[in-house]
Design a binder for this molecule. Structure first.
Ligand code: AMP
Ligand code: MG
Length: 342
């Protein structure tokens, strides 16, 4: 079993205490291999927490590749044969996989849902970490290719590929929980699912949430970002890694090499309305490196990002102007949208 993510590795949520008089309930649970903090406000706060806990374990049972009986477990077992296999899954998993495959294509394979055998080879599932031989990496590269996977109705068609939804699962789960909370009539709540923060509405007093982004080099914060109804999702080399012979290997793999991405990124935070999209993009933009990530943002422009490099440079997109407070001494560079020719 993979190690428990340390609480210290999580993004920090600030300013929870402002809604004097508004009832609130908080709970810390362990699900999806992550310590999660859930906070709900208002008269239905207790019901909201119970619904959230049940929803998170339901989603884990559905999409965890490691969980026997899950949809993904069945897909991966069928892929074992190496040939074409069509595995029936729930409508929900089919829809999630279809959305994820579209994001794999949109990021030109920087996100690749077929990364499973590479994650396994590096020991990130078992915790039995090892550096695969060059010949093993070459064999893995032939197995990792999202283009060989298709969703046909509620069947997942594979040609030997095994799937891992680790890069998007928590973002999807956060979307589901906030949707449930809205149905319950909540107007204010905060989820901290490891590197995934998701805010429902505003703080109970109506003001913006203030979310801290962790400094990859230590326990402090790099910056804070304010907003409402938003996901703030970070992928960082510091979140899961091991050191062998003086070299540190992290869990975000470049599908092109099947080895930890060496893109110059230290941490990438993506901010936007959808937890799933922010989660997919934080992983993909980490793999891309700062230049490709900046080009990708220019093309899409429907999200914001804070890109922190191993050299200590921080880039942020123009949608964060006025919403970002950088740590003392840290200078950031704002990326602005350029029209063709400007
Ligand atoms: P995240 O923490 O959201 O960046 O996701 C990292 C997790 O997703 C890893 O622990 C792996 O299980 C999986 N993963 C690693 N690299 C990739 C990749 N390039 N594309 C898709 N999933 C990946
Ligand atoms: Mg992710």
């Amino acid at each position: 079993m993979r190690g428990v993510k340390r609480l210290g590795c999580l993004l920090l949520c600030a300013a929870l205490l402002s809604g004097c008089g508004t009832p609130s309930r908080s709970e810390t649970i362990f699900a999806m291999d992550t310590v999660m903090d859930l906070t709900a406000y208002g008269p239905h706060a207790q019901d909201a927490l119970e619904a959230a806990t049940a929803e998170l374990s339901r989603i884990e049972a559905l999409i965890s590749a490691q969980r026997e009986g899950s949809d993904l477990f069945s897909v991966n077992a069928a892929a074992q044969s190496g040939g074409e296999a069509a595995t029936p899954v729930t409508e929900e998993t089919a829809a999630l996989l279809a959305r994820t495959l579209a994001l794999c294509a949109d990021t030109d394979g920087a996100l690749d849902v077929t990364i499973y055998p590479a994650v396994e080879a590096w020991g990130f599932y078992s915790g039995d970490y090892r550096v695969p031989a060059a010949s093993d990496l070459e064999a893995l590269r032939a197995q990792v290719d999202y283009r060989q996977v298709a969703v046909d109705g509620t069947s997942v068609v594979t040609h030997g590929q095994k799937l891992d939804l680790g890069a998007v699962g928590k973002g999807y789960a956060a979307d589901q929980v906030t949707a449930l909370w809205r149905e319950l009539g909540l107007t204010s709540g905060l989820l901290n699912l490891g590197g995934n923060i998701q805010c429902l509405g505003a703080k109970p007093d109506g003001s913006d949430w203030v979310i801290g982004v962790r400094d990859p080099a230590g326990e402090g914060t790099l910056c804070t970002v304010t907003g409402q109804d938003m996901a703030v999702v970070t992928s960082g080399a510091y979140q899961r890694n091991f050191t062998q012979d003086g070299v540190t290997y992290h869990h975000i793999l470049d599908p092109a090499t099947c080895a930890p991405a060496e893109s110059g990124a230290a941490s990438v935070t993506v901010i936007g309305p959808s937890g799933l999209i922010c989660d997919a993009l934080s992983t993909a933009l980490f793999v891309m490196g700062p230049d490709r990530a900046s080009d990708y943002w220019q093309q899409r422009q429907d999200f914001d990002m804070i890109y922190y490099t191993q050299d200590g440079d921080l880039f942020y997109t123009s949608g964060l102007e006025g919403r970002l407070t950088l740590r003392d001494g840290l200078e950031g560079q704002m990326l602005t949208w350029k029209t063709a020719g400007s």
